[in-house]
Write a protein that binds this ligand. Structure first.
Ligand code: GLA
Length: 394
């Protein structure tokens, strides 16, 4: 393995609990966790009410916390181990003066806390210690995991839980308003509502979430990281969203979910070729997600893998969000082929860096890891994890 053993949720929770007590001089009263996610297929479809197939992974953000003991105190002291930084967030200040859009972990935390009253939640001031095993900016939704973990912490401190969909919407708004990223809802829903042992077929129009079993004895999910880091606050993500909006407007549909490939012929003369290609990707990707979910349900792993391959090609050629490093890892994984246990490989998430996801036979996983380690900065096997919640004993 190219990675040292990653601690599971319970181990990470125990570590956070101990560090909290050392740092703040009293025991934590709650410990919560929220996972990162990998998307098996269906990228750049969520914001056009399309279909996606994410899976929460066994890499999580864990927070140990306790309410502040001084009455009337509104300051929250929050320490991030990954960033080696403590920030003080005053909830009253947040509500009055939202921070401007930009980067930084504190914006995600501050955004969720500032919007808590809109979600009907009013948490007491607290101290918190944050640990994470979700690699940052690798396309595995480290920011959504942080948002959902903070929202889950607020739920725990208030003593009331929201339906996962409402919690996901609260976190998505925090990302829009406080981080300036016009993301869809997939990452927050995957982190909030996934089921262990399953991927989730997510319909971003009806918001139906259908668990799709991924039996560990039959299929493995691997991630190969390019080591390239991308920034969703860059203009590329917003530009792609806008191109989809333009295409939908010209087609006379509310979202590209309502369009079919033949419809594009009607607007081929008026839309720039790049915009047509973006729409072509989204329309085709929805069909691929549908077919892939059906294949996974039947255990037809090689059919699912073929659809993942087609998805990558579409993201590379039509949506143009792949990169040379992503393409190189995808090519290396595909060259191992079905004989070597690789069913399919594609970039995952927003793209332009981050990770490749590989569907493989479990018995082939260690060999595939060895082969890909030569060109990837790290390769790991990930398992489908439960969505966010308190950690046992937390
Ligand atoms: C990012 C966004 C998601 C989604 C993906 C691409 O992860 O946060 O909403 O749009 O990109 O599928």
């Amino acid at each position: 393995m190219s990675e040292p053993e990653t601690p599971d949720r319970a181990t990470l929770a125990e570590r956070a609990r101990q560090s909290f007590a050392t740092r703040f001089g009293r025991p934590a009263t709650t410990v919560v966790a929220a996972p990162g996610r990998v998307n098996l297929i269906g990228d750049h479809t969520d914001y056009e009410e399309g279909l996606a197939l994410p899976m929460a992974i066994d890499r999580s953000v864990v927070i140990a916390a306790a309410p502040r003991e001084t009455p009337g105190d509104t300051a929250c002291r929050i320490h991030s181990v990954a960033m080696n930084e403590t920030c003080v967030v005053r909830r009253d200040d947040l509500v009055n003066t939202p921070p401007p859009a930009g980067r930084g972990w504190k914006r995600y935390v501050a955004g969720v806390l500032a919007l808590a009253p809109d979600a009907g939640m009013s948490a007491p001031a607290f101290d918190a210690w944050i640990e994470s095993t979700v690699p940052p900016d690798a396309g595995l939704s480290s920011s959504a995991a942080l948002e959902v973990a903070v929202a889950t912490l607020v739920e725990s401190l208030v003593g009331r839980t929201l339906p996962p969909l409402e919690k996901a919407r609260w976190c998505q708004r925090a990302e829009h308003v406080y981080a300036g990223v016009p993301c869809g809802l997939m990452d927050q829903i995957a982190s909030a509502a996934s089921t262990a042992g399953h991927a989730m077929l997510l319909d971003c129009r009806t918001l139906a979430m259908t668990p799709i079993p991924l039996p560990a004895r039959e299929v493995a999910v691997l991630l190969a990281d390019t080591g390239e880091r991308r920034d969703l606050t860059s203009s590329a993500y917003a530009e792609r969203r806008q191109a989809c909006r333009d295409a939908a407007t010209h087609l006379g549909v509310a979202t590209l979910r309502d369009a079919e490939r033949v419809d594009l012929d009607r607007v081929a003369d008026v839309l720039p070729p790049a915009v047509l290609r973006r729409a072509c990707h989204v329309i085709g990707e929805n069909d691929r997600v549908r077919a892939c979910a059906a294949a996974l349900r039947c255990g037809h792993w090689s059919d699912a893998g073929r659809l993942m391959n087609e998805s990558h090609d579409s993201l590379r050629d039509d949506f143009e969000v792949s990169s040379a490093a992503l393409d190189a890892i995808v090519a290396a994984a595909r060259s191992i082929g079905s004989g070597g246990g690789v069913h399919g490989a594609r970039m995952t998430g927003a793209g332009m860096g981050g990770c490749v996801v590989i569907l493989a036979a479990p018995e082939a996983a260690s060999g595939v890891m060895r082969r890909l380690t030569r060109i990837a900065s790290s390769v790991l096997v990930v398992r489908p994890e439960d969505g966010a919640g308190p950690v046992c004993g937390g």
